[in-house]
Design a protein around this ligand. Sequence first.
Ligand SMILES: [Zn+2]
Length: 426
Amino acid sequence: MRAAIAVLLLLVIGVAAAMYLAELGGTVQIQVGDAWIGTSFPIALLLLALGFLVLHGILVAIGALRRLPRRLREKRALRRRADGDAAVTRALIALAAGTAEAARLEVRKARQHLGDTPQTLLLAAEAERLSGREDAAAEAFRTLAEREDARFLGLRGLLRQAMQRGDWEAAQALAREAETIQPGAAWLREERAELALRTHDWREALALSAPETPKPVLALAAAAQEPDATKAAELERQAFQLDKGFAPAAIAHAQRLREGGSPRRARAVLEEAWAAAPHPDLAEAYLVDEPDVLMRVKAVEQLIRRNPEAAESRLLLARIALAAGLTGRARAALDALVASGEADRRAYLLLAELEEAEHGETAEARAAQARWLRQAAAASPEPAWRCAHCGTEQPRWTPVCTSCGTVGQIAWTSPARPAMPAASAA
Ligand SMILES: [Zn+2]
């Protein structure tokens, strides 16, 4: 509304000025030498206005001509950009579909159109990897790593390659470098945990809580690597607290306490561990300071008081009682064990020994012994430290399987019973 009023006002002023000028009349004269041009004042004004218009038109045309090359360049760049983006999309699809050669072709096109951007370099590396050209991929990752804006991407690629070829030293160096750029990145944390497991850096693995690996195992393994006794003791305590049924941790923790002058606390730890999961090594650690055979029986009664009916408890009591000459107690424990159906080979061998201790070298004893030995042969073997991954039996507990290298899979288990012939036939 205001604009309309302004235009209207201008028109009124213009018309008034024109009428005033026509009214005014007058002439304009230009004289150059003898030549003389004369015209009325309104016509001269009109000519002047026309002259301005023509001049303006010429200037605009010149400006447009001068800008033309740049506009053409911009248009070409836009087209290249669009072509490049389309090639990137096609490369992504080819990568997702796993068609390596198509991916490489599209990536090459994308690089022609867009140049070496972080995106095209990353795509190039992935396409090269997909087609098995690890060297070319490494080259692309290195170029990425040299760029300030994409260093992490480059290092990540190089780290993955190093881990794949098992070059743990290079991988660790790359992980450290990547960590400084992107501290606490979730992906990096996983890779570092995996690396720590591979390089058996248990402390680091524990700190990063490596996936699928039991923490007590890592804590105990870290304790064995720890030069500082106080820190090692703390790690052992941590391992025991995390899993009281993990015998090696309990034994290490108890031994540290005993050496530190707390035999009573050491025994309490072993008793707690026995209550959680009885293991023969716990008994051995418990009885280490007790040479007297009768006192050993008393000590065992103390150790097994919370689970006297466990198979290992009965077996232990029978063994120690037999060694002390208490054949009656040994037989009672073994009879109960056989009756419970949990007796393994060790129980029958102990029964054979018991026959000899009870009856001496008699024909009757020999016959009974032979019977127990036959049963022992048929009974399930005793449990052992065994890798849950590959099944290899280990002479003692270790954090890593000596056969397959899996971490944290060695457990105290009975061997799997062979499948029944009928079942396997079916
Ligand atoms: Zn194994």
